[in-house]
Design a protein around this ligand. Structure first.
Ligand SMILES: [Zn+2]
Length: 300
């Protein structure tokens, strides 16, 4: 089977260093085995899209020399496919009219936000509500999987997460549904992404099972955190990647991923650097945990 990987940024701002690490890890996992690397823009949530960020992400990737295969997939153009998948789940789903406020007051908190304890499973809690979300029954499922880097992982969906949303009350499809439908559509064989998404994976594996899809394998690399353990993101002002110092930036990403490339003066061009990175990529060298400050001290 051919290796097919993907990078799926959400256009909520320009590319930052944390996403560059995700791009680099998934790119090298694919290119080092002559696989395909697909680019997907996760613009399913139109309320989170920042103006111009799609163009900016694509041009940054181009500038840095990433070469994706085939056409870019835009989640905003996949509404029909998501609806089709949702319809096929039939009685596994049900409408939920709980408001956010109600859930905040009545639901047990968890590391995933709150646990939905099934208020609307048998009967909707507010029959007069004009708006409703669609949830998937978790049916007392415990999901186990083996992550290529983080090892075995287990989550009891019903008690740790609860029935989760596939379509929101504002008619937007959820990230969980979109990502699962697209991974199947693009025949992704391995998902390489940050460990901040590790706890989403059991929901996605369960949804794949409900839809009769194949299961990709998963590799969750450590996410870039600042010294005080905060995730590096647009929200905490991680610097936007500029098109200056491209080789330095890629070298930093490679260092973060445990690859220990030679110093900058070893490479006469960006192409040289990518050649080295593809030829020498060793996924077993990626550390399972890391703080960014070890390699990028001025960010913390
Ligand atoms: Zn409900």
């Amino acid at each position: 089977m051919q290796y097919i990987g993907r990078f799926a940024p959400s256009p909520s701002g320009p590319l930052h260093f944390g996403s560059l690490i995700a791009a680099t890890a998934s790119y090298l996992c694919a290119k080092s085995v002559q696989g395909q690397w697909l680019l997907r823009i996760e613009d399913v949530d139109k309320f989170r899209i920042k103006k111009n960020s799609i163009d900016s992400i694509i041009s940054t990737l181009e500038n840095y020399g990433y070469q994706w295969d085939g056409k870019i997939l835009y989640q905003s153009q996949r509404t029909e496919a998501y609806q089709h998948a949702l319809d096929s789940l039939n009685t596994l789903t049900y409408p939920c009219t709980c408001t956010r406020k109600f859930l905040q007051q009545k639901s047990p908190a968890s590391t995933y936000g709150y646990i939905y304890t099934g208020f609307c499973r048998e009967q909707i809690s507010n029959p007069n509500a004009a708006q409703f979300a669609i949830r998937l029954r978790t049916n007392n499922k415990t999901i186990y999987f083996n992550d290529a880097l983080q090892g075995s992982y287990c989550q009891d969906l019903e008690t740790e997460v609860g029935d989760f949303i596939l379509k929101r009350s504002d008619k937007m499809f959820s990230y969980q549904l979109a990502v699962v439908v697209d991974d199947e559509y693009q025949k992704i064989s391995e998902v390489v992404r940050g460990s901040d998404l590790l706890d989403n994976t059991p929901r996605q594996l369960y949804l794949q099972q409900c839809l009769g899809y194949h299961h990709p394998t998963y590799l969750h690399f450590p996410i870039a955190t600042t010294e005080n353990g905060k995730k590096l993101s647009k929200q905490n002002h991680s610097p936007e990647i500029t098109t200056h110092h491209k080789r330095q930036t890629i070298l930093q990403a490679l260092n973060f991923l445990g690859q220990h490339p030679p110093s900058l003066d070893h490479f006469s061009s960006l192409e040289d650097l990518w050649d080295w990175a593809i030829k020498n990529w060793n996924r077993n060298k990626i550390p399972a945990q890391m703080t960014l400050s070890e390699y990028y001290p001025h960010l913390s």
